[in-house]
Write a protein that binds this ligand. Structure first.
Ligand code: NDP
Length: 348
């Protein structure tokens, strides 16, 4: 996939989607981004413009109201040489009994449609799917200090586990596992003209350039950061859940390279930068934004939990795609500044 080729990005109005669009445009690709309404299309272009994203004349937004319908989705593919599939519900706003409709079916059917539709267009050479560290690690095994996860590992959650889960986080994790597995099953069982790449990031943090007008619309992973930096100085440190992370701009570069680097086989990449904990977020922001110390729990400064839980080996993505990960501080501080500004003046 050379510069000038067209990439379809699904979920272009999302936190990660907007950065991926920006990175693709900066490297002179044509981008066709799917969103679910014309209002979201307009908001996405406006937000990218406000963020100073270049080459916006090379961005086309298309409305696909239901991206789980093969016919509807297939219509937007002609002229594309690659697909970056991000659209999926990453939300904990669902109750037991709703998990199938709100999380599992959209994730599974959305991914199936992508791999099936792509197979109908031989000019599509690369399909990159945003999976998750959730599809790698087994939360049932607990913290497992000393355990090192790689892309060879698979979370054992099934559709039924997600459907019948007592907690929404389990259902979300199951949605990512079954969706990614469906993609691998499809290319195992069907001839395809493209290379499949799946990416498995940890919690993704960083500065936002997607449409967001108030903190009530904050995406799920950045809510972790806001939860720490708005808790209040005298409060307890919020617990760390999902203790590995990835910066959103690093991930968008990984996505670009996954689309464009020559690869001789289908690949799965574990794309976590490393461990983080809420204490570390608090320590960083308290030090870097001292006027905000009254908003942030003190906890036990310097205490880290990395040696109490599993870790990740992301050597493969660093070697194959030449990625260097940034430090947590470089991801969190710009985000924290942006979140406080948004609190002060929501964009109405
Ligand atoms: P956002 O919530 O910011 O964006 C999600 C995108 O998916 C939006 O475009 C949204 O569109 C779309 N979407 C949500 N629900 C559905 C649905 N039911 N059917 C079709 N599209 C839907 O999330 P992120 O940018 O954080 O996540 C993007 C992808 O990255 C997801 O696949 C997520 O699982 C994955 N990921 C995210 C991580 C993170 O920490 N953020 C970590 C690992 C993986 P709309 O606005 O119309 O709802």
């Amino acid at each position: 996939m050379d510069p000038g080729s067209r990439v379809l990005v699904t979920g272009g109005n999302g936190f990660i989607g907007a950065h991926c669009i920006s990175t693709l445009l900066q490297s002179n690709h044509l981008v066709r981004a799917t969103v679910r309404s014309s209002a979201k299309a307009t908001a996405t272009v406006e937000a990218l413009k406000a963020a100073g994203v270049p080459n916006l004349q090379n961005l086309e937004t298309v409305v696909v109201e239901d991206p789980t319908k093969l016919d509807e989705f297939s219509k937007v593919l002609p002229g594309c040489q690659g697909i970056l599939h991000l659209a999926s519900a990453f939300s904990y706003e669902a109750n037991p009994g709703e998990f199938e409709e709100k999380l599992l079916k959209p994730a599974l059917n959305g991914t199936k449609v992508v791999v099936q539709a792509a197979a109908k267009y031989p000019e599509i050479k690369r399909v990159v799917i945003m999976s998750s560290f959730a599809s790698i690690y087994d939360a049932n095994l607990g913290l497992q200090p000393g355990r090192v996860y790689t892309e060879k590992d698979w979370c054992p959650l099934t559709y039924e586990d997600g459907r019948d889960a007592g907690h929404v986080a389990i259902a979300y994790r199951a949605s990512k596992v079954i969706a990614e597995k469906a993609a691998w099953d499809f290319i195992r069982d069907n001839p395809v003209n493209y290379t499949l790449v799946t990416l498995c990031p940890g919690m993704v943090f960083g500065r936002m350039i997607h449409p967001i007008s108030s903190l009530s619309q904050l995406n799920t992973s950045n809510q972790i950061v806001w939860g720490v930096i708005s808790a209040g100085e005298g409060r307890e440190m919020p617990p760390t859940k999902g203790p590995v992370w990835t910066d959103v701009e690093d991930l968008s570069l990984i996505s670009l390279r996954s689309l464009t680097y020559p690869l001789s086989s289908h690949e799965r990449f574990l794309t976590t930068e490393g461990s983080y904990d809420t204490q570390e977020i608090a320590d960083i922001v308290r030090a870097q934004l001292p006027d905000k110390q009254g908003r942030i729990p003190v906890g036990e400064p310097g205490k880290r939990i990395a040696d109490t839980h599993f870790s990740c080996d992301s050597a493969k993505v660093q070697k194959v795609l030449g990625v260097k990960f940034r430090k947590l501080e470089d991801s969190i501080v710009p985000l924290a500044k942006q979140l406080y500004a948004l609190e002060e003046s929501p964009r109405l």
